[in-house]
Design a protein around this ligand. Sequence first.
Ligand SMILES: C[S@@+](CC[C@H](N)C(=O)[O-])C[C@H]1O[C@@H](n2cnc3c(N)ncnc32)[C@H](O)[C@@H]1O
Length: 203
Amino acid sequence: MVENELRQAPATSRNREPILAVLARTLPDSGLLLEIASGTGEHAAFMMPRLPETWRWQPTDADPGAFANIDGHARLSLCPRILPAIMLNVRDTTWPIARADAILCCNMIHIAPWEAAEGLFAGAARVLSTGAKLILYGPFKRNRLHTAPSNESFDANLKARDRDWGVRCLDTEALPLAEKNGFDLEEIVIMPANNLTVIFHRR
Ligand SMILES: C[S@@+](CC[C@H](N)C(=O)[O-])C[C@H]1O[C@@H](n2cnc3c(N)ncnc32)[C@H](O)[C@@H]1O
């Protein structure tokens, strides 16, 4: 894909620095980071060159149409530690990666049916060892309430696009799902633009 034809998500340029800051202080010394739902691939291209050289980044997406774009951004970053994108649909009961040292999933569980969140936690439980982190980024409701009017209208917009999509509730949906799949909540980080980073680790 020609460089100037690469697709970009406007939000990525705003959230990549704060997400990187969380990764930089919470990831262990080395390993393979499995990114779920890489989308444009911009997070990998921005963050991996800025993380320790002892890390490798595996981008994935359920949409094979995204791969050329993800790989294009990776090439542009000149970072050889970003691996070629591969197909991973979280809802599949077998994932193409048997082991990872951390999982990052940004902006997926609200733009997919709830079964995707279920698949994410079930798959992460298969792939991560005890203590390894599952890191989610995106908007969440707290105690069933939106945390900002902008999140409420975003939620309405999502549901208008697909009635199975929608901003998930941290306390009544994500945390029980994590508990059921053997993940403990480690930290909730308040992020810009009414988003959260939620860090779990495998029990
Ligand atoms: C809004 S984009 C987020 C992309 C990127 N993580 C970001 O924050 O910019 C949502 C992504 O989730 C992916 N996705 C949707 N359902 C999925 C599934 N079942 N398994 C894996 N990825 C999925 C879509 O293909 C899309 O690339």
